[in-house]
Design a protein. Structure first.
Length: 110
């Protein structure tokens, strides 16, 4: 059995994976990650453990519904929107601008 490193809701996990099971495990991880991120992004639940339980219940419900209906599997939910780029601040530039503003009164930041 080999190991596969995956990310679920931004946290890395090292999972055991049977030979040839990479695609199935990757699909399961994608489903769990999307379900957990959707619950988190809805904003009502913050605790990671509670999010995991709700995601597990949602997935189990979908599987039970599928088994009872004899239908095709539910499609994966759409991926979450990309995160906004990180905000970068040029602190040196800000200090120079502040010092230039205060310079007329002889003040200097240190």
């Amino acid at each position: 059995m080999k190991q596969m490193e995956v990310s679920i809701m931004g946290q890395i996990y090292l999972l055991a994976c049977p030979e040839g099971g990479d695609a199935v495990l990757a699909e399961a991880v994608t489903r769990v990650d999307r379900e957990m991120c959707a619950i988190r992004d809805a904003g009502r639940v913050k605790a990671r453990e509670r999010i995991a339980v709700l995601a597990a219940l949602n997935i189990a419900y979908a599987l039970s519904e599928l088994r009872h209906s004899g239908g095709t599997p539910m499609p994966l939910p759409p991926p979450p929107p990309p995160a906004p780029p990180p905000i970068t601040i040029d602190v040196d530039s800000l200090v120079r601008r502040i010092e230039a503003s205060l310079g007329a009164e002889g003040m200097k930041l240190e």
